[in-house]
Ligand binder design. Structure first.
Ligand code: ADP
Ligand code: MG
Length: 717
């Protein structure tokens, strides 16, 4: 008999176990049983070919339509070409030097075909696929025996096709010992959920579609519960330490600042501002996620919060994802504050404070001074990268931490932050994001935070028009794109060209796709070619900090016409004179990332232009995502579309949370009810038994999520 923690070698033999390990990183019974089918084929129903994605390893149930054999002149070999169909669309399979397969691959036969989807002469192709033919009704094969009417299709890899995985799963299920169920029996009964043991069997080898549904529901419930229990515990511990109360003073630096604001706050800014002011005033720690479109004016909201904290005699820290952004934040905060930010300097206002920048790449002397400012309390506001929450930086009395652009800032980091207050307090936390998040995602990824949103933009913002440039189908459009850039510059404006890669790293793409375009290559080609007449600058994360700073300043001052950059320009960079952006290999970016990126243009009074350059094919889901980005600039609408278009499980990766590995079946789009219900039950359970002492099964569920998160976090750092 086997249990979930067992290694696979003794159960499956060394050969299969090794193949699973190397192809799919599957080592234990649990790994294998949690490697759920991606979908299910039904005997007699062919797989929709339209949904295939270039570069992916796909498994399709299809019928052979035609076969043909050719000899290759150049390489003295033969190609056996198969056209397989789902009844509507076709895909070719090419076998090199395997003419003998023609014997069994007869037109009319049905089978599973697996391989990497490639393009050959603009047509989709599986090159050298693996296959397993289904026998016709009257004959039975070994495969027919072990595959029921519902055929699981697994995420597979070269050398470990779906049907081999199915065989391994079956072997393991045959010896799996039924163990105690982690869910309390009462809860299972109340929610009419099946046992874990039965559900694991039926997710792999469903007796019927009804059973499959029930199995999925149960396994999803476990996923939802695990995460909601983790969040319930986090919320519980977050309020166990008091926060430093920072009531507003009425006549301090905040009042002085408000008195000289050059614009009226929008209704949203006022409303959120009032909520934050109230939250900061009490000892209950604020944990707020502020969502607001790019340009919606989050910085002012954050600064006003920080000033309230400074008025209360404490400090505020502002964290940015990159040094470039941290430097820019420090600059713009100083600008906004004017003499109110010049404490200790000539011309500083009477009740002024000091804004200190603290980054890893500062010179030793500067850095020492900055550390001293933070530790002594001389700096009311300390701006830096996430390194600020490291232990080496100490604050005199940290009252508030503002995290800008949360999506690179995980739960673990938020936790680390909560221990940074003076005298065992937890600072208030304000997290800001320009990527609107659907409710379920918020509950699942940011379940430890309360949510607020700025929905309107300050008046006077310019529209951005976005166009997809499909270089395979319309190569001339790319030339036109560069012409447009030259025209924009001719009108006195500036432009960004964004590439996915820097270009000095060793090639590492295992997928076999062409490596993404690189800043260093593209900048060179543009400067020599279509943009010869313009000044082209380069910005990426591996430039020395002073060089980055110099480039950014030159661009802001209009001395550089076109900035070729990586996503370091994605967040926060504000150069209103930049009106156009060309994003190369746009399909390599996520929807929200593209939305962020284009938010860099259209910041002045001239309409912005964004061109998404891609080699992706019409009709692929990759292309659909780009079309979605082009179709709307409403971030809330986009985040919903994004959720719909993503494959199961991808969304958490995008949100850059550590919880991804815990979610395999749960759909944040469709399982809203279930997630909400799990949240309610989890809250009730934790209120009663915070450490889950009386619920070992649930405690283990929580541990598995937390461990996975930690592993991912460590990988990232
Ligand atoms: P984001 O939410 O993207 O961080 P910012 O805070 O950078 O947006 O604000 C974008 C620009 O809008 C800044 O130049 C800021 O000074 C300006 N701004 C903010 N609030 C208002 C307002 N209420 N009215 C007019 N302009 C505003
Ligand atoms: Mg901002």
């Amino acid at each position: 008999m086997a249990v979930l923690g067992d290694k696979l070698v003794p159960l499956l033999g060394a050969r299969s176990a090794k193949a699973l390990a190397s192809a799919l990183n599957i080592h234990t019974v649990s790994d294998l049983l949690r490697h759920y089918p991606r979908r299910y084929a039904e005997r007699g129903q062919l797989t929709d070919i339209a949904g295939l994605e270039l570069g992916e390893h796909a498994t399709v149930l299809a019928r052979i339509e035609t076969t043909s054999k050719r000899t290759m002149r150049s390489r003295r070999g033969s190609i056996l070409e198969l056209v397989i169909t789902d009844g509507t669309r076709r895909i070719t399979c090419a076998f090199f030097n395997q003419a003998w397969r023609e014997q069994e691959l007869r037109p009319g036969k049905t089978g599973l075909f697996a391989g990497k989807v490639t393009a050959f002469r603009d047509k989709l192709q599986l090159a050298n696929p693996e296959y397993e033919l289904l026998e016709s009704e009257d004959q039975t094969s070994t495969m027919d025996e072990f595959l029921g009417e519902i055929i699981p299709v697994y995420p597979a890899a070269q050398g470990m096709p779906s049907w081999s995985i199915a065989r391994c799963v079956r072997q393991v299920l045959d010896v799996l010992e039924p163990k105690d169920d982690p869910m309390p029996a009462g809860l299972l009964e109340e929610l009419k959920l099946r046992s874990l043991h039965d559900s694991l069997r039926n997710i792999h080898r469903p007796e019927s579609w009804e059973w499959l549904d029930a199995a999925r529901r149960r396994l999803k419930w476990d996923e939802a519960m695990a995460i909601q229990l983790v969040f319930a515990q986090r919320r519980h511990s977050a309020v166990s330490r008091p926060a430093p109360a920072c009531p507003p003073s009425g006549d301090g630096i905040l009042a002085a600042f408000d008195g000289r604001l050059p614009f009226e706050l929008t209704a949203g800014q006022r409303e959120v501002g009032e909520k934050i002011a109230a939250d900061l005033s009490v000892e209950h720690p604020m944990n707020l996620l502020l969502q607001g479109e790019v340009g919606s004016g989050k910085t002012v909201v954050a600064l006003r919060a920080m000033l309230q904290v400074v008025d209360a005699g404490r400090q505020a820290a502002m964290l940015a994802p990159t040094e470039v952004l941290a430097a820019q934040h420090a600059r713009s905060l100083r600008e906004l504050l004017g003499d109110l930010g010049q404490a200790g300097e000539l011309g500083g206002a009477e009740n002024a404070t000091r804004v200190t920048l603290l980054t890893g790449s500062m010179g030793a002397k500067e850095r020492k001074q900055a550390l001293l400012d933070a530790a002594s309390g001389a700096a009311g506001i300390v701006v830096g990268t996430h390194a600020l929450i490291q232990d080496t930086v100490s604050f005199a009395d940290l009252g508030l931490v503002v995290v800008d652009e949360q999506h690179r800032f995980g739960v673990e980091q938020r936790d680390a932050l909560r221990t940074r207050g003076a005298e065992s307090t937890s600072p208030h936390v304000l997290v800001m994001t320009a990527t609107p998040i659907p409710r379920t995602v918020a509950m699942t990824v940011y379940g430890d935070l309360e949510i607020a949103a700025l929905r309107e933009l300050p008046a006077g913002r310019s529209p951005i028009s976005t166009t997809v440039v499909p270089v395979n189908e319309r190569p001339a459009w790319l030339d036109r794109a560069w012409q447009r850039i030259v025209e924009e510059v001719g009108k006195g404006h500036q432009a960004y060209v964004v590439c996915p890669r820097i270009g000095d790293e060793p090639p590492s793409d295992k997928s076999g796709r062409r490596p993404p375009l690189a800043v260093l290559d593209v900048a060179g080609e543009l400067a020599e070619g279509p943009l010869k007449a313009l000044t082209v600058g380069i910005l990426h994360g591996r430039l020395p900090a002073d060089e980055k700073d110099a480039v950014m300043r030159a661009f802001a001052a209009g001395k550089v016409d076109v900035l070729v950059a990586t996503t370091v320009v994605e967040v926060g960079v504000n150069v209103p004179n930049a009106t156009a952006m060309v994003i190369m290999d746009a399909d390599r970016f996520g929807v929200s990332q593209l939305h962020q990126l284009r938010g860099r243009v259209g910041r002045g009074d001239v309409p912005g232009l964004c061109l998404l350059v891609t080699e992706s094919f019409d009709g692929t889901s990759t292309r659909e995502r780009l079309d979605a980005v082009a179709s709307t600039t409403d971030g809330f609408e986009l985040s919903r579309l994004d959720l719909e278009l993503r494959r199961e499980g991808d969304i958490l990766g995008a949100a850059q949370s550590g919880t991804r590995s815990g979610l395999k079946l749960l759909s944040l789009l469709r399982d809203e009810d279930l997630i909400a219900r799990a949240r309610k039950h989890a809250q009730a359970i934790i209120t009663e038994d915070p450490a889950l002492d009386g619920q070992p099964g649930l405690a283990q569920l929580v541990a598995s999520v937390v461990d996975a998160e930690r592993a991912e976090y460590l990988e990232k750092t």
